[in-house]
Design a protein around this ligand. Structure first.
Ligand code: ZN
Length: 432
């Protein structure tokens, strides 16, 4: 292993959330400079949210630097408190910086249609033939694998894993603050300085000094609010539905041998399901926009219309939906279909859910590592046992269903059909 080098002078990035991002390690500086990391400038952090909150244009690049900076500060707090070697500290910082490097354009919609997980690409970028891999190898041949293991939560050191992914970690703290800042909403704010000051390493994880409980309550409530007010916003989800339909339509046309005016070269490996790392890295949001502009002029009416809808933000309308009303949803589909509208592309039930905080429930599908408070007598207590606010939302999964449909087409349908559809939509709504 080569001794990690320091830059001869500290470098700083100006950051609106943390004010400055500080870089001392040459390794970190080189990783930021790699083409795979620079690509994150061209992938938005919040996907289609900018169509709802116009400020939400920030990139995965911003967020990744922010997570790195929070990690760097946590390690500072831990100085003299945790037994972390120089290599382990670098491992923490690299994993923080690279944890989202495998995100593609409009990740969630893209992954759903083409059936892959960005986590697998993160692993492939870190351990495969990339500049990032070359840089990490300077720390030893097994160093890329260690970084990948931390991100995949399979590394032996549970303390390091919990700093990147637990119910209070560097990733979440950055995205809540950053997404709140850029979208301009008021909910996401909490006192991160305070939380960083009361975080303590404890055996296999991080605990919070009891005096910092209210700052952590605030953080949990911020998260709860951000999910429902920003991340799951129905208009953002409408844009995602349209986007998914665009990818689906393009793929179907390709499989049918449809003659595209311009061959969608960047998409072919995705359509065929044979994606190489280089194909994946060549795709970013600017490429997706290029094809949307092309497809908007295609002779296929559905593809052209969906692309125009996305680009011009003429999205699908929605109503609250009770999933028990699936029969009425089917009637609505039939009415649209009868009027010549392809409901595979224009009518969709979208569901989402969130569990804001939970304590450890062995055997549950998603076991959560609880947030533990360090009491003045040295004992540990799980957060929801001390905080009534947290207790009130603990373990409660909240669901949300929306039925999306093309409201604007109703004016073009025969009056009696449109009336019938409106009446059925009213039933769905009043029952939700
Ligand atoms: Zn992240």
């Amino acid at each position: 292993m080569q001794e990690p080098q320091l830059l001869h002078e500290e470098k700083v990035f100006k950051d609106p959330v943390h004010r400055y991002v500080h870089v001392r390690e040459k390794l970190i500086w080189d990783l930021i400079d790699s083409p795979e990391f620079q690509r994150l400038r061209r992938v938005r952090q919040l996907g289609t949210s900018y169509l709802t909150f116009h400020g939400g244009e920030h990139s995965r690049f911003n967020h990744s630097l922010g997570v790195y900076e929070i990690m760097r500060r946590i390690l500072e707090t831990f100085e003299g408190r945790a037994q972390l070697s120089r290599e382990e500290k670098l491992l923490c910082m690299c994993a923080a910086l690279l944890h989202d490097v495998g995100h593609g354009p409009f990740s969630h919609s893209f992954e759903k249609v083409f059936r892959f997980h960005h986590e697998d690409w993160t692993r492939a970028i870190i351990t495969g033939e990339t500049k990032i891999n070359q840089i990490l190898r300077q720390m030893g041949d097994d160093f890329p694998q260690k970084v990948s293991d931390v991100i995949a939560k399979t590394h032996d050191n549970k303390l390091i894993i919990s700093l990147i992914s637990s119910q209070i970690d560097a990733d979440r703290m950055d995205y809540l603050l950053r997404d709140a800042y850029y979208t301009g909403v008021n909910y996401g704010n909490f006192d991160i300085e305070r939380i960083l000051r009361v975080m303590r390493p404890h055996e296999d994880g991080v605990v919070i000094k009891a005096s910092g409980m209210h700052a952590v309550e605030d953080y949990i409530m911020s998260r709860y609010q951000m999910y429902w007010q920003v991340y799951f916003h129905p208009v953002t989800r409408s844009a995602e539905v349209v986007l998914r339909k665009i990818f689906k339509r393009a793929q179907e046309l390709y499989k049918e041998g449809y003659p595209f005016a311009i061959e969608p070269k960047n998409f072919l490996p995705f359509f065929d399901g044979k994606i190489k790392l280089s194909d994946y890295l060549a795709l970013d949001e600017s490429v997706v926009y290029f094809y949307m502009h092309q497809w908007r002029m295609e002779s296929d009416q559905i593809l052209a219309d969906l692309c125009a809808r996305f680009l011009d933000r003429n999205l699908l309308q929605y109503v609250e939906f009770n999933p028990m009303q699936f029969k009425i949803a089917e009637e609505i589909r039939q009415l649209f279909r009868g009027a010549g509208i392809d409901t595979d592309y224009y009518v969709e039930v979208d569901s989402t859910s969130d569990l804001p905080y939970d304590f450890y429930r062995p055997g549950k599908d998603q076991e959560r590592i609880p947030i533990m408070l360090l009491m003045p007598n040295g004992e540990l207590t799980e957060l929801s046992r001390k905080s009534e606010i947290v207790e009130s939302i603990c373990g409660k999964r909240r669901f949300d269903y929306k039925l999306y449909y093309p409201e604007d087409t109703l004016n073009e349908l025969p009056v009696e059909v449109a009336m019938k559809i409106r009446e059925r939509l009213g039933v769905v709504m009043s029952d939700a």
